[in-house]
Design a protein around this ligand. Structure first.
Ligand SMILES: *Cc1c(COP(=O)(O)O)cnc(C)c1O
Length: 259
């Protein structure tokens, strides 16, 4: 695997503008998904590619939709909500993949089809209440912090089972599985360890409490590490820059340190 493939000579992802640009980038990501799946002896059809459109303006997202993207991931609720309104004429399922404050639950309940960063009961309760009021349901992934000392959102692995045991009281939430962000590191072994942790946790819960974890899917892997995630069992890879191009904002904007 050559980590530099798909990057231009600056080591940055090139920006997709036209539908044709998007078709090319998506085909390349799909090709890599397939070969990673085959390396791992897996069926590529059990892996969802979720394109992540955060910071990308409406004009370019419309081109991505023309190229076949009908489900998009967004990190920030306000940005996702605004875009869902701007592009209400298109068929797009919106997946919120970033941290949510309970006072934003109402927004999510109105437009999102999926929320991948559930890590607090207060948010689960707020979502459930708002979803009931709206007569909707929401697919959710529980976010787990698999990188321990690096402070990110998500619950400690040892709290996952207890958390899942509380979720049946929120019937509007449709548990799909678990999600994680690996440690930010060029050390592939450390990244892989995070993915392995999530998979092991999922496997354990499937064994003891299969009813609590829905389909038991693993959402893990982003532009820089999705092939490793697939080798470790990912069912959803969240890919932004390798499809849309490099982002101007630093990642610290999306993953503020806790505290
Ligand atoms: C932005 C983001 C991604 C995608 O990251 P890329 O480097 O653009 O592929 C994945 N997951 C989450 C939670 C994100 O916020």
């Amino acid at each position: 695997m050559d980590a530099n493939e798909g990057l231009n000579h600056d080591g940055q992802y090139s920006t997709a503008i036209t539908a044709e640009d998007f078709r090319i980038n998506i085909a390349e990501v799909n090709r890599r998904i397939e070969s990673a799946a085959h390396r791992a002896g897996r069926d590529p059809h059990e892996i969802e590619l979720l394109p992540v459109s955060k910071t990308v303006p409406q004009e370019r997202i419309r081109e991505a939709v023309a190229a076949g993207c009908h489900k998009l991931g967004e990190n920030k609720v306000q940005e996702a909500h605004r875009k869902s309104g701007e592009m209400a004429d298109l068929t797009i399922d919106w997946s919120v993949i970033g941290h949510l404050q309970s006072n934003k639950a109402r927004d999510v309940a109105t437009f999102a089809s999926e929320f991948q960063a559930l890590d607090r009961l207060k948010v689960a309760a707020a979502l459930d209440r708002r979803l009931h009021a709206a007569g909707r349901r929401l697919d959710v992934y529980v976010q787990v912090n698999t990188s321990a000392e690096e402070s990110k959102f998500g619950m400690p692995p040892e709290e996952l089972l207890g958390f899942l045991r509380e979720l049946p009281q929120f019937p509007a939430l449709n548990v799909q599985g678990v999600m994680t962000l690996a440690v930010f590191s060029s050390d592939i072994d450390r990244v892989r360890t995070c993915f392995q942790r999530l998979r092991t946790l999922r496997d354990q819960i499937r064994e003891t409490d299969p009813d609590l974890i829905g389909a038991g899917k693993l959402s893990m892997g982003m532009s820089g590490d999705y092939e490793v995630a697939i080798e470790e069992g990912a069912n959803c890879v969240r890919v932004g820059q390798a499809i849309f191009g490099k982002r101007a904002l630093p990642d610290s904007y999306y993953w503020p340190e806790k505290g």
